[in-house]
Write a protein that binds this ligand. Structure first.
Ligand code: ADP
Ligand code: MG
Length: 421
């Protein structure tokens, strides 16, 4: 089935209220509507959900959406119902539903009302659900956050490995749509292999964030003073400072407060009430700075974060990209500053030493890449994008002069000596 562009646009307007597609959305949707397997790689915020939501609404039958987080699913279902003003159009099927609720969901699916059925992989593996779903009309299966299938991704979920087998049981030739914001070639290979989608058409958006400025500074014992100076030079602007440990988070937040910077700490050791209080203070701009562990940030959408500082080097380029990606969402400036000392790398290696060997090997390989990033004298943007399998023209590409190395090229040897080992 191929649709005229005007139909697509009017449906986009009708169901989502948007007048234009973003990036590759329209091509992706055309491909899904023609019944092909589709692989979508777009950065966070790129608009991946709409790529399966719109065709699901337009096609006959129900689309199954596999997603790892119940909270994420609930948000999406509420949003879809809000726009469409149609109750049964989207449902979540999970273990928290009562028997009556499950019956209602199944009724809506059988009647053909439900266009989107969100499930966690562990619900999809349940026999009773497989038995039900193989007897209803399905349009396609979308696997969101598809990197969960790979041990090379940042969020490996073993249950994702069973998906292909289950999808086979649901019917013949059900199209699969895989979606992820993880751009590393290794993870992509894993997804294609495990979901058996070698014939899928791949849509990959650029991961370049031209408005972000990347900088690495050697980490000395004066790192706190350096951070205070940086924050004071950026007074009134919103920023996130990531630290590895909870203890460091609390210490640094206090040091900042003592020095007249309005800052709050955030880590998973605080109770839910305290966490949401600090988070709100940051979002409502009652404070400028949040000092946090990586527990902070998932789903935080503050468009005008002007800097992201890493007090400690993160565990992979992937994590660094995600965490710095919270800066400059509005397109305005975003300064990404990382402090680097080799002894911090050794600390991260030590953390891993208790884990299974396979996991350690992967962890160490990822760590070597971020070390190479910290020590490189080439364009940092080129380095990051190369890691994601993307070419970047460091002379004329968008954001070509937006990193320390490109602004102030250094002879290689000198750059190395500056790094504190
Ligand atoms: P991703 O899953 O890729 O991280 P989302 O699907 O959550 O991104 O979408 C990010 C934001 O972009 C959402 O607020 C969504 O409403 C918005 N969005 C998606 N498509 C469009 C569009 N065509 N026009 C305007 N906004 C859009
Ligand atoms: Mg998403």
């Amino acid at each position: 089935m191929s649709l005229m562009n005007t139909d697509l646009h009017s449906s986009l307007k009708k169901y989502f209220g948007f007048s234009k597609f973003k990036g590759l959305q329209e091509d992706v949707i055309q491909n899904i509507l023609s019944g092909n397997d589709t692989f979508v790689i777009m950065p966070t915020g790129g608009g991946k959900s709409l790529c399966y939501q719109l065709p699901a609404i337009m096609e006959e039958g129900t689309a199954i959406v596999v997603s790892p987080l119940i909270a994420l699913m609930k948000n999406q279902v509420d949003a879809i119902r809000g726009i469409s003003e149609q109750h049964g159009i989207a449902h979540v099927l999970n273990s928290s539903l009562t028997k009556t609720e499950v019956r209602q969901v199944k009724e809506d699916i059988t009647k053909g009302v439900t266009k989107l059925l969100y499930v966690a992989p562990e619900s999809l593996t349940k026999e009773e659900n497989v038995d039900f779903l193989k007897n209803v009309k399905l349009s396609f299966v979308a696997v969101d956050e598809a990197h969960c299938i790979s041990e090379w991704g940042h969020d490996f979920r073993p249950e994702y490995r069973n998906l292909r087998g289950i999808i086979n049981r649901l019917g013949d030739n059900i199209p699969i749509i895989g979606l992820t914001a993880t751009a590393t070639p290794k993870v992509q290979e894993d997804i294609i292999k495990n979901l058996g989608m070698t014939d899928a058409k791949v849509f990959k958006a650029s991961f370049n964030r031209p408005n972000l400025f990347y900088e690495v500074r050697p980490k000395t014992k004066d790192v706190d003073a350096d951070i205070i100076r940086f924050v004071k030079q950026n007074q009134g602007k919103s920023g996130i400072i990531y630290c590895l440990s909870r203890k460091r988070v609390e210490e640094l937040a206090q040091v900042l407060q003592v020095n007249g910077v309005s800052a709050v700490p955030y880590h998973a050791g605080f109770d839910a009430k305290t966490r949401s209080k600090y988070q709100d203070m940051f979002l409502m701009e009652e404070v400028d700075v949040v000092v946090a562990t990586i527990a902070f940030g998932m789903g935080i959408d503050k468009p005008d974060v002007r800097f992201v500082i890493h007090h400690d080097i993160p565990k992979s380029i992937e994590s660094y990209y995600q965490e710095t990606g919270r800066a400059g969402r509005d397109g305005g400036e975003g300064h990404c500053l990382a402090y680097y000392a080799y002894k911090d790398v050794e600390k991260l290696e030590k953390f891993m030493s208790g884990k299974p060997v396979a996991e350690q090997e992967i962890g160490n390989a990822l760590l070597q890449e971020i070390v190479a990033y910290a020590e490189t004298s080439m364009s940092r943007r080129k380095f990051i994008l190369h890691y994601f399998g993307e070419d970047f023209d460091e002379e004329n590409g968008e954001g070509a002069d937006m990193d320390d190395n490109s602004r102030n090229p250094k002879p290689k040897e000198e750059a190395k000596e500056q790094v504190v080992k």
